[in-house]
Design a binder for this molecule. Structure first.
Ligand SMILES: Cc1cc2nc3c(=O)[nH]c(=O)nc-3n(C[C@H](O)[C@H](O)[C@H](O)COP(=O)(O)OP(=O)(O)OC[C@H]3O[C@@H](n4cnc5c(N)ncnc54)[C@H](O)[C@@H]3O)c2cc1C
Length: 445
């Protein structure tokens, strides 16, 4: 077809409202919207029930329905970006522009330049916009011009640089007539055609609950109550806009705004130091002698299954299996338990969370794990070993949360058999960290 057309490529921004690159694309119109189920990513996932692919599928179907109500459609491919762009350019020789929002993960930072190069050869320009964060990785720097590696000074500069106009909406609906108009209804690949199946996890909705945000500072550490927003999966996939999230935060809870800034802090850590995915942010922490071998693997299996005999840890790990989500306080407890009590490599836990969390986000997951293991940019000190019993007493004093996931926790049989003794585990962790970090056992220091 010879009509000039632009393309909008949905990635981590699955919404038809307040979307920076989409709003830009629609200024030029007509715009052909596409999504690619990227085989380079999907082929690495286990087949069968896959909640994140299901989540994507459901939200894409909703976007497609809306676009069809506006006289357009959504093209959804199951392929690779290289093949898709090759194909589209042959179908639409007059294609000149591709619009998308920036993705800061290492895979995307390899993919996008390769796509840009391919498109350039075809006479097409790739335009990338900032949409996923308010400040990208080179916008908040210290006085020496380097990225911050500690949250508090980062957040101070973030707040000083913030201006309310950054929250202005990038509206889509007023320009909806600029979507490519067609009678053709695109057929989406089914989950089964891609090797997946629907699971049983119920996804949280994406509404901003003002009452939860108003109580957030007081209740965010109590896993038994609905004290946090549960918007993480939506922020992950862009089914809500970060500008709308900050708008709600500034209206109802400054503490919640601080958590959104943690998210941006970890985004910039990953973007500036992509090696953190596989190595400790503080390199000396890669000398810690993590346990390996059959006993270590057996302990890891107990941790994954939620059968450690530590009620708060087990409740958290069972919540993960059931809901694909864990309360933040409990994420910290289970992660600390894995790396310190069990002395297992935090990367094992990171990988398990990556497989199971519906809100899995490489930057926040890595940041959370490296924080808990003490290895990270702005981490808990290595000698801070969370006591899971005290954490339960403090944050779940009536055992309401624990009882929800570990009904047998009051039985003697359960309480008699923790997989490791707390005092022993704590001492072992301190010794191992000491040997790893200082080359000497504790008693010789
Ligand atoms: C070991 C570990 C692993 C984690 N893995 C992930 C992950 O894969 N994906 C993820 O989104 N979060 C992760 N977190 C951070 C945090 O636990 C979740 O963002 C939060 O529990 C999500 O629930 P919510 O939406 O109700 O959060 P709320 O408390 O309502 O917070 C609002 C939003 O702020 C952001 N946020 C909150 N706390 C943090 C934090 N500590 N770090 C970064 N962003 C934060 C999230 O986007 C969250 O949705 C991890 C934390 C730890 C300790």
């Amino acid at each position: 077809m010879d009509t000039p057309v632009s393309l909008f490529w949905f990635r981590r921004d699955l919404r038809l409202s307040d979307n920076v690159a989409l709003a830009q694309a629609l200024q030029n119109g007509p715009v052909l919207p596409i999504f690619i189920f990227d085989r380079a990513i999907l082929d690495k996932l286990a087949t069968g029930p896959e909640p994140r692919v299901q989540f994507l599928h459901e939200h894409l179907a909703a976007i497609k329905t809306q676009l069809e109500a506006w006289g357009s459609t959504l093209r959804v491919y199951y392929s690779t970006p290289a093949q898709v762009f090759e194909h589209i350019k042959s179908e639409y020789p007059a294609l000149e522009h591709v619009f998308a929002n920036q993705d800061y993960e290492p895979y995307a930072r390899q993919r996008d330049p390769a796509v840009a190069q391919q498109l350039t050869q075809q006479g097409v320009a790739l335009h990338l916009y900032k949409d996923h964060v308010l400040f990208h990785e080179r916008e908040i720097l210290n006085q020496a011009g380097n990225p911050f590696t500690v949250y508090t000074p980062y957040s101070k500069v973030w707040r000083a640089r913030f201006t309310p106009d950054m929250l202005a909406e990038h509206a889509i609906e007023p320009r909806r007539a600029h979507f490519w108009q067609t009678e053709t209804r695109w057929l989406m690949p089914t989950l089964a055609a891609m090797g997946f199946a629907p699971g049983t996890i119920a996804f949280p909705d994406n509404g901003f609950k003002a009452d939860i945000l108003a109580r957030y500072a007081a209740e965010r550490d109590t896993p038994a109550v609905e004290g946090t927003s549960r918007l993480s999966v939506h922020l992950r996939f862009g089914t809500i806009s970060i500008r709308q999230a900050y708008t709600a935060g500034f209206a109802h809870s400054d503490k919640w705004v601080s958590e959104l800034i943690w998210r941006e802090f970890y985004q910039q850590i990953l973007a500036n130091f992509p090696e953190v995915v596989n190595t400790a942010f503080k390199p000396e922490y890669d000398q810690i002698p993590w346990r390996t071998g059959p006993a270590a693997e057996a302990d890891f299996a107990h941790w994954c299954a939620g059968t450690t005999g530590y009620a708060l840890v087990d409740a958290g790990m069972r919540q993960l299996l059931k809901e694909g989500w864990i309360h933040n306080r409990v994420r910290m407890v289970v992660a600390s338990f894995l790396s310190k009590h069990l002395l297992l490599d935090w990367r094992w836990g990171q990988a398990h969370f990556a497989a199971k969390l519906i809100d899995f986000d490489l930057a926040s997951n890595n940041g959370g794990w490296q924080w808990a293991a003490g290895t990270g940019a702005d981490a808990a000190p290595y000698f801070r070993v969370f006591n899971p019993y005290l954490q339960a007493e403090k944050h779940d004093p009536t055992n309401t949360y624990i009882r929800r996931f570990v009904p047998e926790y009051e039985t003697l049989a359960y309480q008699m058999h923790p997989i490791v003794d707390h005092a022993f585990a704590r001492q072992r962790a301190l010794e191992a960290y000491s040997v790893g970090l200082k080359g000497k056992p504790l008693r010789e220091l």
